[in-house]
Design a binder for this molecule. Structure first.
Ligand code: ADP
Ligand code: ZN
Ligand code: ZN
Length: 739
């Protein structure tokens, strides 16, 4: 008798382990039908988990009788294409993050938990032309079908799964038979328009020559890989360029994935898309319910929807017919996930486009130094929109020296004067301050005591509105103190400036004007931000005050004066990325001024009016700033002239990290061969956070392959160290924030 060897499923599980797991294939399963990517239910520990099939093999390193069988195969077909799976495998490898966790992030929550595919809510059934003219009596030999058919003929419009189930529990077979007979057709909720004329709702604008050139270049690259850096100041018409290229992609019957850094940007962009296109738009961001996200995900996966607009995590949405990926505001560090699976959506978007042979557009008024460097290296193609589109003219930007000037809660007299002038013309003012709360420090006037967070190496921030002290790092809250807990007599004074404080000052200085404050605290409730944005755009608001929330993408046509209250605090960071981020922020915020016909002005309040960064930026522009900054990075051998990975360690005490680093030093000595520079271990810039002590160690190498070759052997070895079990550690490849 012949014995066939048992088949082994090698699966990825969403657990923090750097390996695949072996299970026995379920009995009697047709292996030809089962493809990698299929979800499985497997026993794991005392429970069950959803796993993803990676490989079918006859070999296991474990003895066969130790292996447990797969409990259930959850999908008939993989929900991910082979290329999508390959992308996730690449990402797992590159970011040194366990494959099961990486694949898991690509799925909506319910599917990740092993729930059945809910296409159910998605199908719509309608009568075909034949169905509309067929007499139901021709079906009288199968009463079931006839009754279902009658139901359709008496309905004014389509019937969905839900409608039919509500009507009769047992309709599915009959409907399928009617479909076979050509009397009924099934469609997904939103169908892809087959007729190109049906794509456009409103005619595109006539482009200026630069826009047209940008469109043509990408257009000629459709169907093949290419990375385009679309550089254009705010208002230069980048969005219009996107819209016209998207149109071309839709006409080819393909899908477009558009990523933006912030949820708050989606409504505005969605609105412009809806005005332009008659097709539906799938959204994907964290403010949606799991159910809504899953529907969007499936619509893209099945090709029922052609446009997806989302934030970072939408990047992994499967696409039935991928045609184009767009990343707007590509320089934004929100595209880098800062916890768990620490990936860069920008970098993976490029890899994905390459795998799919499609173009990717990275858009920004202030491209990242990495992308500019890639243009220089001719890896990316530059599309430049040097001027504002339409009639808007560039704002006038100047440095306002506030040394020795009278200043009230961050507002210099000269600025207040300019604000009055602007408001008198019935135009709007926008003030930017990137710090929420009332003041960042509460200090005792007599003994110097400062309200510190007990769990972090940080001060508590005063929030008068809630009468609380809050830690912005761990979320710790404390009722606002009235008396100094140290000397019991001293008067407690707020030190420094937050948006709440400026808001109160504005109310005093501009009594007859309406101000709104836009920051994370004031816009927490759902819909608040949209409300504020509507009020601003309908002219009910005179002064807009806010944090970085304002810096991104919003279009306020009537704002003609923009002021950045405190540029100086950004000038002295120890992180080498800080200069780039500050310059981008200044340009982005400046871009909010004078977007329509009215000219705008931008005021930067500073005590460093001769600072080279500010002077270069204001006098010579972002491009010159970037060239200088890149030169500095080159001299210092910093990214993009080298590659980094940051190992972070946290623990409740400082001994365990020390023991860990001792063990790690041994491992590094064994694997490194001196090629990769090792900096540290040192205390993190914020040495304690949420009760944990923090340390870090930086790997740096001018050659990416060498760095990754080291990480390839080191990371699995670290995960096996017994000292690693007593601490929390993580690896951040290409870190954008060294904190
Ligand atoms: P960006 O995305 O670069 O900020 P937008 O595409 O939003 O720029 O364009 C800014 C403004 O200029 C919008 O109001 C847009 O309708 C308008 N605009 C863009 N392109 C043109 C054009 N070719 N002709 C006239 N107006 C244009
Ligand atoms: Zn005191
Ligand atoms: Zn804290």
């Amino acid at each position: 008798m012949m014995t066939t060897p048992p088949m082994i499923f090698k699966v990825a599980l969403p657990v923090p382990l750097y390996r695949l797991f072996d299970y026995l294939a379920p009995e009697g399963v047709n292996l030809d039908m089962i493809k990698p990517g299929v979800r499985l239910e497997v026993p794991f520990g005392k429970g069950k988990k959803t796993a993803f099939l990676i490989e079918i093999s006859t070999h296991s390193d474990l003895s066969i009788d130790k292996l447990k069988p797969v409990l259930r195969i959850l999908d008939d077909k993989s929900l991910l294409s082979a290329k999508e799976l390959r992308l996730l495998q690449w990402a797992s490898h590159y970011y040194h993050h366990p494959l099961g966790e990486v694949i898991s992030t690509a799925f909506p929550t319910a599917l990740r938990q092993g729930k059945a595919l809910a296409v159910k809510a998605e199908k719509r059934y309608t009568l075909t032309e034949l169905g509309q003219t067929t007499d139901s009596n021709t079906l009288k030999r199968s009463p079931k079908q006839q009754s279902v058919f009658d139901k359709f003929q008496s309905s004014a419009h389509y019937l969905s799964d839900t409608d039919l189930s509500a009507w009769n529990n047992n309709w599915r077979t009959a409907v399928n038979e009617l479909i076979t007979k050509g009397l009924i057709k099934a469609e997904l909720t939103e169908t892809k328009p087959s007729n190109p004329k049906a794509i456009i709702r409103n005619t595109p604008l006539t482009c200026n020559p630069q826009q047209q050139q940008a469109i043509d270049r990408v257009y000629n690259s459709l169907g093949q890989f290419g990375v385009f850096l679309l550089e254009g100041v705010t208002g230069s018409g980048k969005t219009e360029v996107y819209l016209q290229i998207i149109q071309a992609v839709l006409e080819r019957g393909q899908q477009v994935l558009i990523l933006v850094p912030e949820i708050t940007l989606t409504p505005q962009l969605e609105e412009r898309f809806k005005q332009r296109f008659a097709v539906s738009i799938a959204l994907s961001h964290s403010k949606l319910t799991d159910k809504q996200r899953q529907i969007s995900w499936l619509q893209m996966q099945q090709g029922a929807c052609s446009i997806m607009l989302g934030t970072r995590s939408a990047l992994f949405t499967p696409l039935k017919k991928p045609g184009l990926i767009i990343l707007d505001e590509e320089h934004d560090t929100s595209f880098k996930q800062q916890e768990g699976f620490r990936f860069s959506a920008r970098d993976i978007a490029v890899v994905r486009a390459k795998l799919l042979h499609i173009p990717v557009i990275l858009g920004s008024a202030t491209p990242s130094l990495e992308s500019l460097y890639n243009v220089e290296k001719q890896r990316y193609q530059l599309l430049h929109l040097p001027e504002r589109a339409g009639s808007a003219i560039a704002p006038h930007v100047y440095l306002m020296d506030i040394r020795n000037k009278r200043i009230q809660d961050g507002l210099s007299e000269a600025l207040v004067t300019e604000m009055h002038k602007t408001l008198a013309k019935k135009e709007q003012v926008l003030l930017f301050l990137n710090r929420r709360g009332f003041a960042p420090t509460l200090i005792c006037h007599s003994c110097g005591w400062v309200a510190r967070c007990q769990r972090c190496d940080a001060n508590m921030v005063i929030h008068y509105d809630d009468a609380q002290l809050k830690c912005h790092h761990c979320g710790q809250e404390h009722t606002l103190l009235r008396q100094c807990p140290a000397c019991k007599t001293g008067e407690l004074t707020p030190l420094g400036l937050g948006t709440e404080r400026v808001e109160k000052t504005l109310a005093n200085l501009f009594k007859d004007k309406i101000s709104v404050r836009l920051d994370r605290d004031s816009t927490q409730r759902k819909g608040t931000l949209e409300n504020y944005l509507n009020q601003i755009n309908s002219g009910q608001v005179d002064i807009i005050l806010g944090t970085q929330m304002l810096a991104k993408g919003h279009h306020f046509p009537n704002v003609t004066l923009v002021a950045i209250l405190d540029v100086d605090s950004g000038l002295f960071s120890i992180d080498f990325h800080a200069a780039e981020k500050l310059a981008q922020m200044i340009v982005q915020v400046s871009g909010r001024a004078g977007r329509a016909e009215k000219p705008g002005q931008v005021i930067l309040q500073t005590r460093q009016p001769e600072h080279p960064l500010l002077v270069t930026l204001i006098k010579q522009g972002y491009r010159q700033f970037a060239a200088t900054a890149l030169q500095e990075r080159k001299t210092a051998a910093l990214p993009p002239f080298s590659y980094q990975a940051l190992l972070r360690v946290q623990a409740v005490d400082t001994d365990k990290p020390q023991q860990f680093f001792e063990a790690l030093t041994g491992l590094i000595a064994k694997h490194n061969h001196g090629l990769t520079q090792i900096l540290g271990p040192v205390s993190a810039p914020m040495a304690k956070r949420a009760g944990l002590y923090r340390f870090q160690l930086l790997f740096q190498n001018p050659k990416r392959q060498e760095l990754h070759a080291l990480l390839d052997t080191l990371i699995p070895a670290i995960s096996l160290l017994k000292q690693a079990k007593k601490i929390r550690w993580s690896l951040d490849v290409d870190p954008v924030d060294l904190y």
